[in-house]
Design a protein around this ligand. Structure first.
Ligand SMILES: [Zn+2]
Length: 253
């Protein structure tokens, strides 16, 4: 099994205001928007999260124009950051993706779901229901009639070695994933349960929808990482990002 980390653009954010209140308040930083492609030993392509819609290339405010959040979060995408281009760099097209999994349904995690109408898309059932009702989850990116969702509950091992872990706090029924690889061992894709190392180092959870719940989820992830000797990959950490192997040049296996 291989794990490829895809760079799907950035967001220019007020770091303190968005991801680490009390740490770097007012400081503008660029955070990476990742997607993860898993290639299973039996030849299936599984994409975890689909990044931002390509319309942000020409119009960074495409999703949040006129909203308060656009003052502290601005997407930045180049043509090569689009999902189609990133897959092409691996000689793949959206039609080659058998399965999609959404960790959650924020705009930077499901913005390209529309491309995968031939795939089965896995999402958490209760999270999906919550997202449908909440303005923080622009429905146009996931609630599309041509898409085929399989809504699951709890903590399923969706594929052998791809284990969902419930980590609420960022959003209800948010999923992180424990990916088990033959050579590198376990990799814990925290997604937005932990945005960055500063959240842990400074116990800074105020950027999460439910800070106390998020703090408990982070503890859960730390315990799993400890038990499995797993490498934790944070959701949007610009410093850690520089240290990760990225597609198309390198992967984890
Ligand atoms: Zn995110």
């Amino acid at each position: 099994m291989k794990l490829h980390i895809l760079f799907l653009g950035e967001a220019c954010i007020d770091k303190g205001a968005v991801i680490s209140p009390g740490v770097d308040d007012g400081k503008r930083v660029h955070i990476p928007i990742p997607g993860y492609l898993i290639q299973t030993d039996d030849g299936k392509n599984v994409l975890i999260d689909t990044g931002m819609h390509k319309n942000h290339i020409d119009d960074p405010e495409y999703t949040f124009k006129g909203q308060e959040i656009s003052k502290i979060l601005l997407p930045e995408m180049r043509p090569e950051d689009s999902m189609v281009r990133r897959l092409a760099a691996l000689d793949l097209s959206p039609q080659d993706i058998h399965y999609v999994i959404n960790t959650h349904l924020h705009f930077d995690h499901c913005g390209n779901n529309y491309l995968f109408k031939d795939s089965t898309i896995y999402a958490n059932k209760q999270h999906y229901a919550f997202a449908l009702e909440s303005p923080n989850f622009p429905n146009q990116y996931f609630d599309l009639p041509q898409l085929k969702y399989e809504l699951l509950e709890g903590e399923p091992e969706i594929f052998p070695g791809v284990q969902a872990v419930l980590t609420p706090g960022h959003a209800p029924y948010h999923w992180s994933f424990l990916v088990s690889l033959k050579h590198e061992g376990h990799i814990l894709l925290c997604s937005d349960a932990i945005y960055c190392q500063d959240n842990l180092d400074h116990d800074a959870w105020g950027g999460q929808a439910e800070p106390e719940v998020a703090k408990e989820s982070a503890k859960k992830l730390l315990a799993i990482a400890d038990e499995k000797d797993a490498m934790m990959v944070y959701g949007h950490d610009p410093d850690q990002w520089r240290t990760l192997r990225k597609a198309p040049y390198a992967f984890y296996s």
